[in-house]
Design a binder for this molecule. Structure first.
Ligand code: NAI
Length: 492
């Protein structure tokens, strides 16, 4: 059967393959899992619908999943984040540009919202049956299945989003259009897909938040593993990944000198901590905004000024949102900023920055400097004329303006993803000693011993000499010599 796919340009495959080859060397966790599970093929029979930034690192993840026996279809989870050469290389696989033989990918850089949701629906519609696993980043694929099944049960798709729905996804009108067309074509499609899905593994804070909401409301249709809260994910990718890829995005977008500037970081969670450290490392004076007293106290103890956004609007040269919240930088904030202040978001969705409000500002003019870099000019032609520079139209700038996190840190995240897929797929339908399901319609995190395993897989490459507990030391601490070393409530 010919491969169905949609990418920008298959002739980029060779360039993509070179990058994938180099990335494999920097992804020891994924390569170790290929060696450990290549023969036993624990994912044989898994049909994984993947929605996660289609980068070079994700290509190594996809090819790890297939090396473990899975069939895969893939889309990006953001309109700007695809690396076209990586997408092409994954499609071509072991085949040729003329006869591709890899994985069906539906992703290209700079998709429209309509194209994005079309691509997301393509990973869930298999030519021969249904998918049985989802690998998600931000929860869009999971949301499509849940909403599709909900509307099929109700027999209709609502004419317009409600207030609650808009909070759930501000792109929801497009989602409703996709589902309306789908319902007209096949009134049972999403019900069938939902029934066939054995589980979802979710990559990021924002997607995990959506899953816990569904579980609390009793609406989660299948078990979920929260990959984000593996320590080797959120305390590494969200922090050290951002520490690398935020300055990368800023530099590729603007090439403005960060040293000496005032940078305002909204949010001091894991991502905010990495962002603030990176900007300080470049010589910026960093100001943090927070709503959580614990994180505010952490920020001030780390040596950052903590202030309200309103009080520092005229000081900041660079503003970065990292909150995973909505309405953090509003149009009136941007109007009060310095001339050519740089504004960007690195949280999952673009609703942290009020782009819609900016576009509605009377007299505002949007000038494209280059793709994903726009100058918004206020009061053009008057003596008050000034502008701000918006990166990636408010979408995550490390993936829109640069290429996301580097391979080594993503090897940690994706080793967790792979292990989580194996867990949910191989333990589907199994019961515990007390007769309860191994994985119910709840949200789980991986056991700590597997988290420690992921870390272990990355030590050799960095020349780490790990101290071994003696038996008597282990007894003294009341842990096993082989781990886990910390109780579940321990905070790293
Ligand atoms: P987190 O929950 O650890 O941190 C967010 C922080 O923002 C919290 O401390 C919270 O108190 C604070 N906050 C919330 N509303 C605020 C407001 N109005 N003003 C100031 N502070 C506010 O979450 P984490 O893990 O840091 O993730 C943040 C976002 O980044 C999420 O959307 C996540 O999905 C995304 N993410 C993006 C990555 C990327 O590559 N661009 C990588 C990892 C996560």
């Amino acid at each position: 059967m010919t491969l169905d796919f949609k990418v920008a340009d298959l002739s980029l495959a060779e360039a993509g393959r070179h990058q994938i080859r180099l990335a494999e060397h920097e992804m020891p966790g994924l390569m170790a899992l290929r060696r450990e599970f290549g023969e036993s093929q624990p994912l044989a029979g898994a049909r994984i619908a993947g929605s996660l930034h289609m980068t070079v690192q994700t290509a190594v993840l996809i090819e790890t999943l297939t090396a473990l026996g899975a069939e895969v279809r893939w889309a990006s989870c953001n309109i700007f984040s695809t690396q076209d050469e990586a997408a092409a290389a994954v499609v071509v696989g072991q085949g040729t540009v003329e006869e591709p033989a890899g994985v069906p990918v539906f992703a290209w850089k700079n998709e429209s919202l309509e194209e994005y949701w079309w691509a997301t629906s393509q990973i869930l519609q298999w030519p021969n049956g249904e998918p049985n696993m989802i690998l998600d980043d931000g929860g869009d694929a999971t949301m499509l299945v849940h909403k599709g099944a909900e509307f099929e049960a109700a027999g209709a798709v609502p004419a317009a989003p409600t207030e609650d729905d808009v909070d759930y996804s501000h792109e929801y009108t497009v989602v409703l259009d996709v589902l309306r067309a789908s319902l007209a074509e096949d009134p049972q499609r999403w019900t069938r897909i939902a029934a066939s899905i054995q589980g979802v593994t979710e990559e990021t804070t924002t997607g995990v938040h959506r899953l816990y909401q569904l579980a609390e409301q009793g609406k989660l249709l299948f078990p979920a593993i929260n990959v984000n809260d593996s320590v080797t994910k959120s305390k590494f990718d969200n922090k050290y990944g951002i520490r690398h890829s935020l300055p990368d995005g800023l530099n590729r977008a603007t090439d403005v000198l960060i040293g000496g500037k005032v940078a305002v970081v909204c949010g001091y969670g894991d991502v905010g901590k990495g962002a603030a450290e990176a900007l300080r490392g470049q010589g910026a004076r960093v100001i943090v905004t927070e709503i959580d007293p614990i994180c505010a106290l952490q920020a001030v103890m780390d040596g950052y000024q903590v202030a309200n956004l309103e009080s520092v609007l005229a000081q900041g040269d660079i503003f970065i949102t990292t909150t995973g919240n909505k309405d953090v930088i509003m149009a009136h904030h941007m109007q009060a900023m310095k001339h050519q202040a740089i504004v960007g978001n690195i949280g999952h969705f673009d609703n942290e920055i009020d782009i819609a409000g900016l576009a509605r500002t009377p007299g505002v003019v949007k000038v494209e400097i280059k793709p994903q870099v726009h100058e918004w000019v206020f009061d053009q032609g008057t003596e008050r004329q000034r502008s701000i520079i918006m990166l990636s139209e408010g979408r995550l700038l490390n993936l829109g303006n640069a290429t996301g996190h580097p391979s080594f840190v993503m090897s940690n995240s994706f080793a967790n993803q792979t292990i989580a897929q194996i867990e949910l797929f191989t333990k589907h339908g199994q019961t515990r000693e007390d007769g309860s399901p191994e994985y119910d319609r709840q949200v789980y995190v991986l056991p700590k011993i597997l988290d420690e395993k992921v870390a272990r897989l990355h030590l050799d490459a960095l020349g780490v000499e790990l101290t071994e507990l003696s038996k008597s030391q282990a007894e003294y601490l009341d842990v096993d010599v082989a781990g886990p070393y910390k109780p579940d409530h321990y905070r790293y």
